[in-house]
Design a protein around this ligand. Structure first.
Ligand SMILES: Cc1cc2nc3c(=O)[nH]c(=O)nc-3n(C[C@H](O)[C@H](O)[C@H](O)COP(=O)(O)OP(=O)(O)OC[C@H]3O[C@@H](n4cnc5c(N)ncnc54)[C@H](O)[C@@H]3O)c2cc1C
Length: 406
């Protein structure tokens, strides 16, 4: 008989002091905690989560991972991110279900083809596998695609990125929580941070609904709530808008979609889960709000787009729909800061609709930043100073949602 083991231990009582406090039990917060304990011997850490781990975008995303970004600042980070999944699966001894089925981005105009060529060249320059494909090759990759001139937006070609794919999102959350817990990190769910106190320019303590914690280091990894925390608790304003992003799955179907496919013109992407469901998303409500409701408009839009792209899906039933929040910066790149303007205050947020794929690797570098106080080179471009210095990144044409609106 095997003894039954739970994924992680019952949390000890919240202590009155910790070496570091991490706000947010999403993938970014948990990854930073895990790597702080694993690589830097810092295990006197608490992760404070106001609801439950994975409550935010980390438990609601469509799990797409890829490295074919556009800019030289983003490409190295996402390349390392993609290479980390199999390694992390082994290290955590937890199946993250990394399925590198490849990503196909469809182009529906000459302008899109031109933009993809730039992405492909930048990716190839950085040693990332990415190539242009014509409509016939798109059809070979995904036989269900309609490549005729019947659809509203006929397919002109595409950008194919073989090493990308999907990772099971809740597996990442559970795996990181299990890993962090086994290294002594405390994880406190149902606990909310409501104050951060600063003395002499340094972080001194954090207030929660379960008590105040003395600490010299705080990481704000609160996803969609990170800008509000920064502003209301510390007076630091961040250029982040919070938008609702919706997703849904169909009933399970026989295998028909063997790659992630996305289309900017249709504003739609899809992959088939290992259970057979077509997982689809991309719609973003264009006005800032904090709702996680779906809208009838979006459900209709998604059904129309999917069945135009892949007519064999006509008649398939949507089984579940949900929504989450995306913390969007003006240049679609994250904000990573530390020790400026407050010593001991670190920020990792603004991940919008693309922060799942980068969470584990960013957590590893964020841990290095917090342990040493020095920002690793790879994270330096993401400082919020870029907005003041007019050095915005050109990632707005990132291909997952390649839309004229963004
Ligand atoms: C529908 C949808 C689809 C997406 N698809 C993809 C995709 O395919 N690929 C991809 O790479 N990305 C995708 N994303 C984006 C990705 O999910 C996010 O960028 C990422 O999960 C952000 O992780 P995080 O840890 O920064 O924040 P979150 O996961 O949001 O975690 C933040 C946590 O902080 C907690 N919190 C907030 N305030 C407080 C407080 N005061 N005290 C304590 N805790 C607090 C919240 O409860 C939350 O659990 C998608 C997002 C959505 C919503």
């Amino acid at each position: 008989m095997f003894a039954q083991r739970s994924l992680w231990s019952k949390p000890a009582a919240l202590k009155s002091s910790y070496e570091a406090v991490i706000i947010g039990g999403g993938a970014h917060g948990l990854a930073a905690a895990y790597f702080l304990a694993r690589d830097h011997g810092m295990n006197d850490i608490v992760v404070i989560e106001k609801k439950y781990i994975g409550f935010g975008g980390s438990g609601r995303n469509t799990a797409i991972v890829r490295a074919n970004q556009r800019t030289q600042e983003n490409l190295p980070l996402y390349k390392e991110a993609l290479a980390l999944w199999p390694v992390l699966t082994r290290e955590l001894d937890f199946n993250l279900m990394f399925y590198n089925c490849g990503n196909l981005n469809l182009a529906h105009s000459d302008a899109e083809l031109k933009a993809f060529r730039l992405n492909v060249s930048s990716a190839q320059f950085m040693g990332i596998e990415s190539q242009m494909v014509d409509p016939k090759q798109c059809k070979e990759l995904i036989p269900a695609l309609d490549i005729s001139d019947r659809p509203r937006y006929p397919i002109f070609g595409g950008m194919y990125h073989p090493p990308g794919g999907i990772v099971r999102h809740d597996a990442l959350i559970w795996g990181l929580a299990k890993g962090a817990d086994s290294l002594g990190v405390h994880i406190h769910q149902d606990t909310a941070v409501s104050g951060i106190y600063v003395k002499g320019g340094r972080v001194e303590s954090v207030k929660t609904n379960k008590g105040t914690i003395a600490t010299g280091r705080v990481l704000n990894a609160a996803g969609a709530y990170s800008a509000a925390i920064s502003y209301h608790l510390l007076g630091i304003r961040l250029p982040i808008s919070v938008l609702t992003i919706q997703a849904m799955v169909t009933e399970p179907l026989k295998p028909l979609l063997h790659h992630v496919v996305s289309s900017g013109a249709y504003h739609c992407y899809a992959n088939q889960s290992l259970k057979g469901e077509i997982v689809t998303g991309a719609h973003m409500d264009p006005w800032p709000n904090y709702t996680t409701q779906n809208s009838a408009y979006y459900i209709k839009h998604q059904a129309e787009s999917l069945t135009e792209l892949m007519p064999c899906l006509k008649g398939a039933k949507f089984m579940r729909a949900w929504a989450g929040l995306a913390d969007m910066t003006p240049d679609m790149a994250p904000i990573i800061d530390g020790n400026d303007p407050i010593d001991g205050y670190y920020l990792n947020c603004g991940w919008g609709y693309f922060g799942f794929k980068s969470a584990a690797i960013t957590g590893r570098y964020m841990a290095e930043f917090m342990a040493s106080g020095r920002c690793p080179e790879i994270l330096k471009p993401f400082t919020s100073k870029r907005f003041v210095e007019h050095r915005l990144m050109g990632e707005t044409a990132a291909p997952v949602i390649y839309s004229p609106n963004n």
